[in-house]
Design a protein around this ligand. Structure first.
Ligand code: KIV
Ligand code: ZN
Length: 386
């Protein structure tokens, strides 16, 4: 059975760029946009055009540059925002306006001092107005994660009638549990009239470390777009990480879901974004962290040397990492030492290995990690005939 495709909506240049202290200049944004297009994402959210002249220009330049992906600009449910976004997206081959409004009781009361009915009216008029500029209009129900499902369904129904092509259901505060978020998507699938005319989209934040799990629950329950960022960067604890959701779908074929992303470009894209943003990738970050394919305990090293699959569920080459690494520390065993010694040119017999291992342990107790230069020194100091 052929797999259903989940659209990957990358918002590194919009939600991702909302990381405190991280600002991308225009050439950096263009370089990242070109890379995202090459990576195979379906949608690039290039910015929030009304927010500043710089953002407007960046969105316009990305729109003109990108060849394959849809290029999207964010707006509030405000006419001026929509006009400016439409203008910024003029050169895009596939333009999308992403408009919306807060729908949770707390947003309605504190942000808008409005009623639920007034919010629906504003949502509908924003979508209708955006439709006068572009065919592809995505609507976001901000704080949908804390919006009650019955009201959310009414909002969705109204904006579909007004022409929304995609319904973004953001867990803006990263509050939902996976089962709860999945149930929300299922509820909308089953209770919104006209839902077959629109794609449901997951937009999850990571405040409780659940963004990836929630997005995956979302697509299991019928959503067909995931909004995410490279390295999971974004406001506060960040957004859903693109590399994680892409690889979850790829590593679990029984879900019958996949994306168009070329996973072999994931590691280099992660590095590019990290460098441009001046934000290091935490070493234990799934998929793209420096330790994601590094093994340091003797038991694991022995297993991986015998067969990589004993302790790795992903072939590093599939995400653009050269090879698994065997890190030599005081917890490494003879198998790891023999393996690394061979890589730097020493084919040791069993007797030689026992002797070199004694020397290795003395070094390893003094150093956090034994590097290739140390290995040469260790072999030189070991009393073996060579
Ligand atoms: O998290 C959120 O609700 C958002 C919307 C503006 C789409 O980023
Ligand atoms: Zn967001």
């Amino acid at each position: 059975m052929s797999k259903e495709l989940v659209q990957i909506f990358d918002t590194t240049l919009r939600d991702g760029e909302q990381v405190p202290g991280c600002k991308l200049d225009a050439p950096q944004k263009l370089e990242i946009a070109a890379r995202l297009d090459e990576l195979g994402v379906d949608v690039i959210e290039a910015g929030f055009p009304v927010s500043s002249p710089g953002d407007f220009k960046a969105v316009a330049q990305v729109a003109a540059l990108v060849k394959n992906a849809t290029v999207c600009g964010l707006t509030r449910s405000v006419q001026k925002d929509i006009e400016v976004a439409a203008d910024a997206l003029k050169a895009a081959k596939r333009p999308r306006i992403h408009t919306g409004i807060g729908t949770s009781d707390s947003h309605i009361k504190y942000k808008f001092n409005a009623t639920r009915e007034q919010i629906i009216e504003r949502a509908v008029s924003a979508v209708s107005y955006a439709k006068t500029f572009v065919e592809d209009v995505e609507f976001y129900a901000e704080d949908a994660g804390r919006t009650d499902n019955e009201y959310l369904a009414r909002v969705c129904e109204a904006v579909i009638k007004a022409g929304a092509t995609v319904l973004n259901i953001p867990d803006t505060t990263g509050y939902c549990l996976p089962a709860e978020y999945g149930a929300k998507i299922k509820y909308l699938k089953e209770n919104v009239k006209g839902i077959e005319k629109a794609i449901l989209s997951c937009h999850c934040h990571n405040d409780l470390g659940l963004a990836t799990a929630n997005s995956i629950e979302g697509v299991i329950n019928g959503a067909r777009q995931i909004e995410c960022t490279i390295n999971g960067i974004g406001e506060r604890a960040g957004n859903t990480s693109l590399e994680e959701v892409v690889m979850v779908l790829r590593q679990h074929p029984h879900l019958n879901l996949d994306s168009r992303v070329n996973s072999r470009l994931l590691y280099s894209t992660s590095q590019m974004v990290s460098q441009h943003m001046g934000m290091i990738v935490q070493p234990n970050k799934a998929i793209v962290g420096a330790n994601a394919f590094a093994h340091s305990s003797g038991i694991h090293q022995d297993g991986v040397i015998k067969n990589r699959e004993t302790y790795e569920i992903i072939d590093p080459a599939d995400v653009g990492v050269n090879a698994s690494s065997i890190i030599l520390t005081a917890r490494s065993g003879r198998a790891a030492l023999a393996y690394r010694a061979k890589l730097v040119g020493y084919e040791l017999t069993k007797t030689q290995l026992d002797i070199v291992y004694e020397q290795f342990l003395m070094f390893a107790d003094r150093k956090k990690e034994i590097l290739d230069d140390d290995l040469h020194e260790i072999v030189k100091l070991s009393p073996i005939d060579r």
